[in-house]
Design a protein around this ligand. Structure first.
Ligand code: SF4
Length: 273
């Protein structure tokens, strides 16, 4: 009989902490072979004999992310200049939190609350909820299937060609994957920025967590814009709703880039010397 002691920590040429600023989408990651987190997951999966992980080549994944970059110009044309974010965001979705007696906790709570109440947090939270609702409401027309046996996700929508259905699946996969992650990373970026401003010395010499988190959020926003832009083209009856998602994301993109300019040049994983 095997015990936990039999489990061996995987060895390899891992980049320390690479998983700190990733989007957790291992199937699409360029660095699986350099990631301890991934290796541990693989090792655990092998241990419990749970099916096969989809492995895509590095080339295929590079192409995937390049395609996302290329969609940005197309999406920019859909954005109305006079658009006001308050048109789609009218309610504050947060409730008041209870006070904590502990002083340190109070300070942390104050920072967390400030981050939560930030307009970008509220918009990303709203985006998350509306996306979730839309995907659910669309499920009769935009059918989303996950096959546990093959670990494959696929989508269908009436009237599309096989090639379009393949692209549709990728687009929905992008939107689904990132719609929760964006708001989590934005809140973390704002929280870390406040902490870095309050205690600058403490973080000296380290990559800025605010910039790393904002970089991941931005990556998610860009990928989602790419996904929605394709959906806009093929799900015609939903064009108006989809455009409002694009507006929210574009607003987040612009505000992230302005508030965290360092996110645009944040190099992760760090270059090896
Ligand atoms: S760095 Fe890549 S392989 Fe590692 S946890 Fe993040 S997405 Fe997965």
């Amino acid at each position: 009989m095997r015990s936990d002691d039999d489990y061996k920590i995987p060895e390899g040429d891992f980049i320390p902490g690479i998983y700190n600023y990733c989007d957790s989408w291992c199937e699409r990651c360029l660095y699986t072979s350099r990631c301890m987190n991934f290796a541990m997951g693989q090792s655990i999966e092998k241990e419990i004999e749970k099916g096969k992980r989809i492995e895509r080549s590095m080339e295929e994944n590079k192409e995937f992310w390049q395609q996302i970059d290329q969609t940005m110009n197309e999406a920019a044309e859909l954005i109305d200049e006079e658009f006001q974010i308050k048109e789609v965001w009218q309610e504050n979705t947060f409730e008041e939190d209870d006070d904590d007696d502990n002083e340190a906790m109070e300070e942390f709570e104050a920072i967390r609350k400030k981050a939560e109440e930030h307009e970008m947090s509220a918009v990303s939270q709203k985006y998350m909820m509306l996306t979730h609702k839309w995907l659910k409401e669309m499920k009769n027309d935009l059918v989303q299937d996950y096959d546990e046996e093959t670990d494959q996700f696929s989508c269908s929508y009436p009237g599309l060609t096989d090639e379009e259905l393949k692209q549709l699946t990728e687009a929905v996969e992008l939107v689904r994957w990132f719609h929760t992650l964006i708001s989590v990373k934005i809140r973390r970026a704002i929280t870390s920025q406040i902490e870095e401003e309050n205690d600058g010395d403490m973080f000296e010499g380290f990559p800025k967590d605010s910039e790393g988190s904002a970089m991941v959020a931005l990556k998610g926003v860009n990928a989602s814009i790419s996904g929605w832009t394709f959906l806009y083209k093929v799900i015609k009856p939903e064009a108006k709703t989809i455009k409002s998602f694009l507006h929210m994301l574009w607003w987040l993109k612009t505000n992230l880039e302005n508030k965290f300019p360092g996110a645009l040049t944040f190099v992760w994983p760090p270059e090896e010397k």
